[in-house]
Ligand binder design. Structure first.
Ligand code: G
Ligand code: G
Ligand code: NA
Ligand code: MN
Length: 253
């Protein structure tokens, strides 16, 4: 298959990049870290990860891709923490496929070691899909990951079947409210109520809440009023190349 072959070449030639989307603390408006997002730039323009991540998952290339993202995300962040003197977090998306044989544990351990990053700066974003297939095995992997000192975030919360029991039984520290609810807040009372309920629930479970997909000032102010811990979205900043992210961080004091 053509895309699979092109992806293999891109991975071999170090042709994939990592972008960084800043995450903000609402009250002071400070950037407290970023989410790493893989980008594939070709002669015909960018290919979306929504298109090539599934190919990487199906063809077994997701391990190599995931390791590349961990390495680039960590090395950039550790350098920026040193240069800025700021305690920045770095969030990395982990695909359910990376959980299957538990190799994510040794890969993460290696990437942490190579970069020298403080594991307390690292957040792994997983979707509930991780827990759906083999909950016992996944729970074991989650525990091994948190034993390495990193935090786990439930991504896209509300999208699928994410249940309260998942959040209670597994070692999550963050809950990321799915952007579809954030974007509906302005028009839909129901979406606003769902966001409110998610925040209340997260607080009851001692989880930090991240609102993603914040696209307007109205949403940003409403979320701040609800007591959301972190904001992320185009209203605040788009995903950007590492040098732009560096400039943004160094600009704040
Ligand atoms: O960056 P963008 O919004 O286009 O991403 C589309 C999808 O690809 C999102 O679901 C996002 O979580 C996912 N994605 C982006 N970067 C990575 C990555 O490095 N690893 C994995 N597993 N998924 C990613
Ligand atoms: O599935 P996940 O939540 O990891 O998706 C992350 C993707 O969401 C990123 O690839 C990024 O491009 C996209 N994204 C980030 N902020 C916004 C936003 O404010 N609006 C929309 N529509 N997408 C966003
Ligand atoms: Na994510
Ligand atoms: Mn998300």
């Amino acid at each position: 298959f053509d895309l699979q072959q092109k992806l293999r070449e891109a991975l071999d030639e170090n042709g994939l990049e990592v972008f960084f989307q800043p995450v903000y603390e609402p009250v002071e408006g400070r950037c407290t870290g970023s989410e790493a997002l893989v980008r594939w730039r070709t002669a015909e323009g960018f290919i979306s990860p929504a298109d090539f991540i599934p190919v990487a998952e199906q063809s077994g290339q997701i391990r190599k891709l995931g390791m590349m993202v961990l390495r680039k995300a960590f090395s950039h962040t550790v350098a920026l923490i040193k240069e800025s003197g700021q305690a920045l977090t770095i969030s990395v998306n982990v695909s359910p496929k990376q959980f299957v044989h538990g190799y994510i544990v040794s890969d993460l351990q290696q990437a942490l070691h190579e970069s020298g990053i403080d594991p307390r700066c690292v957040i792994l974003e997983i979707t509930e899909g991780v827990l759906l297939n083999n909950v016992i095995e996944a729970a074991e992997v989650l525990n091994q990951l948190t034993d390495l000192g990193v935090a786990i975030s439930m991504d896209d919360f509300g999208q699928g079947y994410s249940s309260l029991s998942y959040l209670r039984q597994h070692p999550f520290s963050y809950l990321k409210i799915d952007r579809s609810f954030v974007q509906g807040m302005d028009q839909s009372r129901q979406d606003r109520a769902l966001v409110e309920a998610s925040v209340a629930m997260a607080q009851a479970l001692n989880l930090k809440v991240v609102a993603e997909g914040v696209e307007t000032q109205t949403q940003s102010l409403a979320l701040e009023g609800l007591g959301v811990d972190y904001l992320q979205g185009f209203w605040l900043a788009r995903p950007m190349p590492g040098d732009e992210y560096r400039a943004l961080v160094l600009q704040q004091t």
